[in-house]
Ligand binder design. Structure first.
Ligand code: AOF
Ligand code: ZN
Length: 356
């Protein structure tokens, strides 16, 4: 590992400290080096708060060293006024002579403008140090900015003989087959806190009467997203409880009582394929990541259209012999873990699909 890589690695470590707090902004870390010694560090701590570079500069005890220092940052310094002023201008005003960047910012408001601004003002800029790693860290942010769609994570549990569930006609006739164990269901709840939306199809909502909250982990509940073309889901079902907001996609929105603050209906044209209009509408609601938890039909339609970015598949040691077949999926392995009898496969899509 070269010197630049060593300091950039530190930037990525710092960036990760913001995990869970910066969304929909990226996680970014910055380090300031003078004569081979780190004199300042910072990261983007929270959405709306100062950027990594600002925190790094503020942490330097002797600012007179800045005109002889190098600033390392894991994302191109911004050039626009968002919730905070442009970092590139701040770097120029402190007369920092060299900036090392991992990756350019995909945000169209920045996209190379930060680098150009620095260079035009005489700053020596190096780009592309640990670029792959920096992209990977913010893969959800890159998908959002480049494709204007939510980052899509698929999740299901299947029996070892390849079934999602038994054949059932209603929740009353039989509860869903319990495939996940205590530990893996806690992990699912943790994943729920890491996304902004959680989605299921009509059949799953009707048959399982799920809550779709992250009650087994610490963090906020995602927005529940339900597809209910004919408004079949009864008003007393758990997804309508006020413990999280619920977004229902329907053909014709029913009248809502004026004091209802938690449920929102959005109409879609179901005579055509709804997947892309659905994702566009979700993105318009400022939901930048979605966990799709079933059922088989909905999961398969995301897989068929290659509209997914990651998948968590739990293969349990239960056998069901018959039932609803689990979806077929192919991707790149990220990793495989074993949790008390279950095998968890974490896949990444080989294709990142755009649908603009
Ligand atoms: C940086 N350093 O640490 C981060 C950057 O609304 P704002 O002002 O917070 O701007 C958000 C945008 O700024 C975000 O979409 C991305 O393009 C960039 N994030 N830039 O120079 C940082 N977090
Ligand atoms: Zn910035």
């Amino acid at each position: 590992m070269g010197i630049d890589e060593k300091y950039m690695f530190r930037c990525l470590q710092l960036a990760k400290k913001g995990e869970g707090y910066t969304r929909p902004n990226p996680m970014v870390g910055a380090v300031i080096v003078h004569n081979g010694k780190i004199i300042g560090e910072g990261y983007h701590r929270k959405y709306g708060e100062p950027h990594a570079e600002v925190n790094a500069v503020r942490s330097v005890k002797d600012p007179s060293l800045l005109p002889q220092s190098t600033l390392y940052v894991s994302l191109e310094p911004c050039s626009h006024y968002g919730k905070t002023p442009p970092c590139s201008a701040m770097i120029i005003s402190h007369k920092i002579p060299r900036v090392v960047i991992a990756v350019t910012d995909p945000n169209p408001k920045v996209a190379g403008n930060g680098i150009r601004m620095l260079r035009e003002n005489g700053v020596d800029v190096t780009v592309g140090i640990l670029e792959k790693e920096a992209r990977e860290l913010n893969r959800s942010f890159f998908v959002n900015q480049l494709y204007c769609r939510p980052y899509i994570i698929l999740k299901w549990a299947q029996s070892k003989d390849g079934y999602l569930d038994r054949h059932r006609t209603s929740h009353e006739s039989a509860p869903p087959a319990m495939l996940s164990n205590t530990l893996t269901s806690i992990l699912v709840h943790r994943t729920r806190t890491q996304v902004q939306g959680i989605m299921v199809g009509t059949r799953t909502a009707l048959l399982d009467n799920p809550q779709l909250t992250a009650r087994k982990w610490y963090g906020s509940n995602p927005v529940r997203i339900i597809i209910d073309r004919e408004n079949k889901i009864p008003a007393d079902f758990r997804i309508f409880r006020p413990d999280a907001p619920t977004l229902v996609f329907t053909e014709k929105a029913p009248p809502l009582s004026p004091d209802n603050k938690f449920v929102k209906y959005i109409e879609l044209d179901f005579s055509k394929d709804i997947l892309i209009p659905l994702l566009k509408a979700i993105y318009k609601e400022n939901i930048y990541s979605v966990l799709v938890e079933g059922g088989g039909h909905l999961l398969s339609s995301f897989i068929e259209k290659q509209l997914w970015d990651e998948a968590f598949i739990e293969i349990t040691d239960t056998a069901l012999q018959d039932g609803i077949k689990s979806p077929e999926i192919q991707g790149q392995d990220i990793d495989i873990q074993k949790y008390s009898g279950s095998v968890q496969i974490h896949l990444k899509s080989k294709i990142t699909r755009n649908f603009l």
